[in-house]
Every structure is written in C-alpha cells, then in structure tokens.
Design a protein around this ligand. Structure first.
Ligand code: SF4
Length: 211
C-alpha cells in the first residue's frame, strides 16, 4: 500500500463509519481506565454489564480501594482473566490515589507509569477521556492494519508506530475507532468478508489472496 492508498484507506473508512466511537460505558476518566483494563480478551458488551454493577459499588478510586482483591474478582469474574485484571485495577488505582491525588493523570507519560497499565490502555484513556492524539492497537487494529498494509508489524507497538507515520496526527484517535469497526463488521479474524469490503482494491491481503 503506497502513501496515497493509505490516505485513501482512511478516507474510505471515515465514510463507512462516520459515527465510530467507543462502545464502553463510563462516567469519568477513572471508570474508563477500569473498563479498558477489563476489555482485554472480552467483549465491550460484557464489560458494560460488569461495570454497571461494579461502578455502583466502586465508582471512584477511593471506593475501589475499599474492595479486597477477592471481592473485586467476584464482580469482574465473567470478563475472563479476572485475577490478573483485578490485580492490575487495584495496583493502578493505588497509583492514581497515592501518586496523582485520586485523579487519573492527563499526560500520556504519566498514564503509562500506572502499575498494570500498558500502552494500549494508556492510549485509549489519553485519546478518549482527554482528547489527546493517540492510536491504541488492539487485536482488531493490529489485524486490519497488517492485512491492509496500512501498517505492518509483528507487535502492537510496531503497528502503532507504522500507523502514526501513515495517518495525519489529527486523525489518529478517529482511525483507531474506524479500524475497530471494520475489524468487527467486515475484516473478521477467521473469515474476512473481502468480497463485500470497500477497501479490497487497495488491500494487500486481498491482492495476495487472488494470486
Ligand atoms: S479486503 Fe479483506 S482482508 Fe482486506 S480489509 Fe477488506 S476484509 Fe480485510
């Protein structure tokens, strides 16, 4: 995919998904942080069900820290990987309270220092909660970017770097949502629906699959 085609890909995606936005429910940057941690290997729908109850009991960092690891695990059990997620939520929350006065930090450099918070979570919180320019690379973004040839890489970080080069900074956050929508609706992991895909004429994967 050349530079012009990369630009074209984002334009097509923006036409396909003009209303692309996060599907996670949250009422504050802190709640978004918790929801994003829970969303790893789990659907947004399931996370929204779990957080509806969890945020009634623990809507703030201070209230969250009143829960023991075991109590939190019981609330988030159905999201999968619940032990690890509970550990990450509690350690990040402790950092938010002890190092940032109970407020999730606005700066990306601070977000990534929170215990249990990786680049993906930091990028989502930074762009969605604080309006910063960032591209979070989840499983959909990783797959679709590699298939298209928009950004090739073996790790999420490599793909993130490639997307940052391929896409105008002002569109990074939007592009993240476009690629997620396309991965969920058309470019499925097992059977991508290439024949119905509006990007097939410029897609590396489709071009190779025809040979
Ligand atoms: S043509 Fe196929 S592989 Fe390429 S983006 Fe579309 S669905 Fe995915």
């Amino acid at each position: 995919m050349n530079t012009q085609e990369k630009k074209q890909a984002i334009e097509i995606l923006s036409t396909l998904y003009p209303d692309a936005k996060p599907a996670l429910h949250y009422g504050s940057p802190y709640q978004l942080l918790v929801a994003v941690v829970l969303s790893a290997q789990c659907t947004d729908e399931r996370v929204n069900i779990v957080t509806k109850t969890l945020f009634e009991v623990a809507p703030t960092p201070e209230k969250m820290l009143l829960l023991s690891q075991e109590q939190l695990e019981r609330y988030i059990f159905s999201c999968g990987f619940y032990r690890m997620k509970a550990k990450h939520i509690l350690s990040a929350t402790k950092d938010v309270v002890e190092k940032f006065g109970g407020e999730v930090p606005h700066r990306w450099e601070d977000l990534v220092t929170l215990a249990g918070v990786g680049r993906k979570t930091a990028n989502v919180v930074y762009s969605v909660a604080f309006g910063g320019d960032a591209i979070a690379v989840d499983t959909h973004v990783f797959r679709v970017s590699n298939r298209l040839g928009l950004a090739k890489g073996k790790t999420p970080e490599e793909v993130e770097k490639g997307l940052q080069k391929a896409i105008a900074k002002s569109l990074w956050s939007k592009a993240h949502h476009y690629l997620i929508y396309h991965g969920r609706r058309v470019c499925h992991s097992q059977r991508p629906n290439c024949e119905a895909c509006a990007l097939k004429d410029i897609c590396n994967y489709y071009e190779k699959s025809k040979k």
